[in-house]
Write a protein of this length. Sequence first.
Length: 365
Amino acid sequence: MKKILAIALAIVMVFGLVACGGNAGGSDSTKVSVFWYDESDVYLSSVRTALNTELDALGVEYDNQYAANDQAKQLDQIKTAIAGGSNLLVVNVVTSGSPDVAEEILAAAGDIPVIFFNRAIGTDGSDVTVLNAHANACFIGTDAPEAGHMQGKMIGDYVVANFDAIDLNGDGVISYALMKGDEANIEAIYRTQFGVEDANAVLEAAGKPALVYFDASNPDCYQVDLGGAWSAAAAKEYMDTNFVSFNEANNNMIELVICNNDGMAEGVIASLQEKGYNVAGAHVVPVFGVDATDNAKALIADGAMTGTVKQDADGMAAAISQTAAAVAEGKAPAEALGGLSDARFTIAGDCASKLFVAYAPYTGE
């Protein structure tokens, strides 16, 4: 606790000096603009709440701007903020995994520091190329494949331990549905891939058959939110439609549901509960998500949801605010990241300007 208080006091002093025109960096004042790909994302709402609290406590001038899942709109917002005097940009890009988008933002920023967060700015090393070319940029997020690997192992372990109870029609295989948050998002791609692959690896090692996608006519083996919003509404609509043809009466009930995030898991559970499942005294179709939102934790505590992977919203906010403080002091972003001393944070092995906030499995506390 003393260490946390000391860090907080130091950050307050840094921003206080900068705001008062002291020699804490190159700027006489710090104005932070935070750009969010969308306002409705459940996990990012938790990050925003935590980040607002930290920045309020620090007395930092800041604003939040929402792009409504429109990359062109976000770029315009960034340019307008710069024209209005913002000199530290914190950006949750709309188009995940695109180095071209990151380069456009950095071109607009010029020498202004940019902290990208949460949504990847490249794949297969292209993010590292961008970051290494711009000393004023860094990325704070998660190791994208990790959540999928963690979720897949969790699912595999659970199915092995509860195979007969999950197998509603007794055919010796588990049929699953999978809700994908966004077609192009790299986190969604990895979660979709490894959530199933790693579960099947656990099943194979235990001598159990692999999971089978419930709808043989769908070669993708997932249903995706076409709006890219990872939404509960999209997941619920899919499940409602699935129930028309895939149900216990037809002896082909979906027996397990894998979701890219907890918001979609909420939608799935709402549909299941309307049909009499996942409520007290009824059969529970296992549903897994990612994020460990408060709603998901409550559903797990109630027995309506089986498990999730914690994406640390408080940790993400802390990493952003502490990095922003160090940048305001005059440090380069990579140097700022390297100065963070927190067990939740790890500098990526391939780039000093990239920091990961750790995931953790969650099945209840």
